[in-house]
Write a protein that binds this ligand. Structure first.
Ligand SMILES: C[S@@+](CC[C@H](N)C(=O)[O-])C[C@H]1O[C@@H](n2cnc3c(N)ncnc32)[C@H](O)[C@@H]1O
Ligand code: SF4
Length: 390
């Protein structure tokens, strides 16, 4: 039994790349496709998992996450077959967190029970807004009432459920968001993801915004909404454990914590990324993005991954700090040194570190964690840019 515990635990991310339509703000690796041969897709996921099993060796599985795209469009049988194969390849402990992202349309809500029967034990619904006019603008195919019904259905089927909202949307004031978030709280379970709208390069809204055709709240209003979000969530017992993620204590997404704590995960499916420790070295993995190409590669070589990229100790440190500072608790300075073989104080420019500490954007806690303060988390991108600039 020593073998399995001598390797780091492993999480699996399964990417389903299809959606019913493309939302104008979204730059995820997702495509609209009317003809999907589900049996081909099922086989390809199973094949690629077998490839990763050979690479990782036997590991303890901590979480499986079906993300997308819109994985609630998968056939429940495919989800069941994938989970059965995970069990066969690595073993699937009873306490594994198994999440599926779902769009809150009525047809997808109707499938939640089948996903539960397939082995899923947590659902994350993309509600985005509780206002019909905003949902229309966001290009969503569901109404607010339909989304809330899906949340209620999810709460009846799953002990653990979460939903996503986007704020700092076009035409939204701080007062509007306060009202909307207050309403959302009435439906919240143990977890909520609250994302500030980002205008993503490659999205339809990116070009519209550049042409002056999309007005969004200015930086100050967005910052006020962020602060209001922190206050309201804290008051309601779901403090932020990460920049955009809020949970009751113990209800944090274990899968996402693996990313932020820089653990090992295999990314399966088109465009999926992974980080794997193999023979003591850390490797970055990334699959072909285009669905047809990924399928073709899996058919011809058993996987759709590009050559793995070695992560040297500088890149290791850079990624560890960029992920770790997203967490409210930050990361342990001793872990940083153990993993990268360099002390944090030497890794970053001492003057920059001093300045960020003096400006109270970063702090070192009594138990030797380094973390971003509330003010630092609010402007985390700027803080990270300074830390990794040298
Ligand atoms: C993989 S996506 C979508 C999952 C699912 N297809 C859906 O739309 O409900 C996960 C979440 O990222 C958030 N998101 C996507 N694009 C965003 C953007 N440009 N700005 C802020 N949040 C975004 C949304 O809240 C979304 O639910
Ligand atoms: S937001 Fe979700 S449903 Fe919309 S295009 Fe992106 S992945 Fe698909």
């Amino acid at each position: 039994m020593t073998g399995i515990f001598s390797f780091p635990p492993l999480s699996l991310y399964i990417h389903w790349p299809f959606c019913k339509s493309k939302c104008p703000y979204c730059d995820f690796n997702s495509y609209v496709c009317d003809e999907i041969d589900h049996s081909v897709w099922r086989q390809a996921y199973l094949d690629e998992m077998r490839f990763y099993r050979k690479k990782t060796g036997l590991r303890r599985i901590v979480s499986v996450f079906f993300g997308g795209g819109t994985p609630s469009l998968m056939e429940p049988d495919t989800v069941a077959a994938i989970l059965k194969e995970v069990d066969k390849l690595w073993g699937l402990p009873a306490d594994t967190e198994i999440t599926i992202e779902a769009n809150p349309t009525s047809t997808e809500a109707d499938k939640l029970r089948e996903f539960r029967a397939a082995g899923v034990n947590r659902v994350s619904l993309g509600v985005q807004s509780l206002r019909d006019d905003a949902l229309k603008k966001l290009g969503r195919k569901h109404s607010a009432a339909e989304a809330l019904l899906a949340v209620k259905t999810a709460s009846r089927i799953f002990d653990r459920y979460s939903f996503d909202l986007i704020y700092a949307r076009p035409d939204q004031s701080v007062a509007d968001w306060k009202q909307e978030l207050g309403e959302a709280m009435e439906y919240a379970g143990g977890h909520l993801s609250l994302y500030q709208l980002t205008i993503e390069k490659g999205s339809v809204w990116y070009s519209l915004h550049r042409r002056g055709g999309l007005e969004i709240p200015d930086e100050n209003a967005a910052a006020d909404m962020y602060e209001l979000t922190q206050e309201m969530m804290e008051k309601n017992g779901l403090p932020a454990y990460e920049i955009s993620n809020h949970a009751r204590i113990g209800e944090e997404s274990r899968h996402n914590l693996v990313y932020w704590k820089y653990g090992d995960y295999a990314g399966i499916g088109p465009g999926a990324h992974g980080r794997l420790t193999i023979d003591g070295d850390k490797w970055a993995t990334c699959a072909h993005k285009i669905p047809e190409l990924w399928i073709k590669k899996v058919k011809s070589q058993g996987h759709g991954a590009h050559p793995f990229e070695f992560i040297d100790s500088f890149e290791y440190g850079r990624e560890m700090l960029m992920m770790g500072l997203r967490l409210r608790e930050g990361f342990l300075l001793d872990d940083f040194q153990k993993e990268t073989k360099v002390s944090f104080q030497k890794f970053v420019h001492p003057q920059i570190l001093r300045r960020l500490l003096d400006e109270v954007l970063l702090e070192v806690t009594d138990d030797r964690h380094i973390r971003a303060t509330a003010a630092g988390r609010q402007r985390l991108n700027a803080v990270l840019a300074q830390l990794v600039s040298n």
